[in-house]
Design a binder for this molecule. Structure first.
Ligand code: PLA
Length: 423
């Protein structure tokens, strides 16, 4: 009765019948809320170490010189139009992107066993890969994908969105601030046959801890023995070592060993094209014929989701990958970025150990690789850094090394020293 009266009242006041009472208020995104809070902060020494976006030594976003050059070429190209791209993307882009990750001489490519589709950056590649597995993988039981503990938080959400349950395997050992290799291999051995494991191809986010080549060897062996599937996320090719080929080593090694796999590729970080959303999904199949079937289904899935991927960023990357002069220039730009990050690691390490004599062992600052460093500090200490020092970082103690520069690294080291001593 009461609800009838409410309905009538709502009708009379012109309020829509649907009140969305069942929609809970969601918390803001844990990473992007830091950027928003940082922007609002008026403190002059504030530092943003939240999102993994490269900044130059003046704390400015860096448009890669090679991207400027490619954009200039595009703007002067009278033949370009604004038509739809094919559903699976710009072919010159996907072909070159596959070579970049798999290697120019990859037998899988030569044998036509790779289905490549242009995606909405790395996130879109993860989504399309997960959606494809959700529909077509021959699951032995429930749909589950194993994620490293910890991992990029969005992996959990992306899998749940397509009806896959994320489960965790041990990866990081807080005691050593390094890899829990035994725990990791134990999980690979104990998981049911044909399990799907999501692995970070290089520069693990958030820990900056990667397996050594020898450890990758063991991981591949166990995966082959147990017929596991590798879901490889490669969002930082070039950022780990500064060398595109070196950072693709684990992917190429897995393909060579015959581990069944897919690769999610992003050009957000290594080309500085965050907003253009350029990425690709590559699924390696055992035969050319299977690959054609896989690609046909990826095309059907893509059609209903985004119809056609965006053209601008893919054209920029395609130019860079297919033009030898631009490609060499890009490699230089990547070295500039990776090199500056490595320098910041060294300087932070020096300040903590030689100047501030901060309690604890800080070797991991220089041993971890890529965009991020997992400092090993407690959530309460991360909170204190934000609230007292205006240094923004994720609650798990991850810092984006790219947010440090020669002007703010000392203030950061000093602030870190303070929170470490106070708790
Ligand atoms: N995979 C991993 C492991 C990532 O860290 C990120 C981005 C992506 C995929 C997706 O990137 P893309 O869609 O832009 O290509 N991680 C960032 C940003 C840099 C984010 O959270 O989206 C991070 O700060 O963790």
């Amino acid at each position: 009765m009461a609800s009838r009266i409410q309905q009538v009242a709502a009708h009379m006041t012109g309020v829509s019948a649907e009140q969305w009472q069942g929609v809970p208020l969601a918390p803001p995104d844990s990473i992007f809320q830091l950027t928003a809070a940082y922007k609002e902060d008026t403190f002059d020494k504030k530092i943003n170490l939240g999102v993994g976006a490269y900044r130059d030594d003046n704390n400015k976003p860096w448009v890669l010189p090679v991207v400027k050059e490619a954009t200039r070429i595009l703007l002067n190209d009278e033949t370009l139009d604004h038509e739809y791209l094919p559903i699976t993307g710009l072919p010159e882009f996907t072909t070159a992107a596959a070579k970049l990750i798999l290697g120019v001489t990859s037998p899988a490519l030569a044998e036509g066993r790779v289905a490549s589709v242009q995606t909405i950056s790395g996130t879109g590649a993860n989504h399309l890969g997960a959606l494809f597995l959700s529909r077509f993988y021959q699951w032995s039981g429930d749909k589950k994908v194993w994620l490293s503990n910890p991992t990029w938080a969005n992996h959990h959400a992306i899998l749940k969105n397509v009806g896959i349950e994320p489960v965790e395997y041990p990866y990081y050992d807080p005691k050593t601030i390094g890899l829990d290799f035994e725990g990791f291999v134990g999980a690979l051995k104990n998981a049911p046959e044909r399990s799907v494991f999501l692995l970070h191809a290089c520069a693990h986010n958030p820990t900056g801890v990667d397996p050594t080549p020898e450890q990758w060897g063991t991981i591949a062996e166990v995966m082959l023995a147990k017929k596991h599937y590798a879901f490889l996320d490669c969002a930082y090719q070039g950022f780990a070592s500064g060398d595109l080929d070196k950072d693709a080593w684990a992917v190429r090694f897995f393909v060579e060993k015959g581990v069944a796999l897919l690769i999610c590729q992003s050009f957000a970080k290594n080309a500085g094209l965050y907003g253009e959303r350029v990425g690709a999904l590559h699924i390696v199949s055992p035969t050319k014929e299977a690959s054609a079937r896989v690609k046909s289904q990826l095309s059907v899935l893509q059609r209903s989701e985004i119809s056609n991927p965006p053209s601008h960023g893919a054209r920029i990357v395609s130019l860079i990958l297919n033009n030898p002069t631009l490609f060499e220039a890009w490699k230089q730009d990547i070295q500039t970025m990776a090199g500056r990050i490595i320098d910041m690691r060294k300087e932070l390490f020096r300040l903590l150990t030689e100047e501030f004599h901060t309690p604890g062992n800080w070797d991991h600052i220089v041993n971890q690789i890529g965009m991020f460093s997992f400092t090993g500090i407690k959530p309460s200490q991360s909170k204190a850094l934000i609230e007292e020092a205006h240094v923004y970082l994720t609650g798990n103690g991850r810092i984006s090394m790219a947010g440090l520069n020669t002007k703010n690294v000392r203030y950061f080291a000093e602030s870190l020293d303070k929170v470490v001593r106070s708790a």
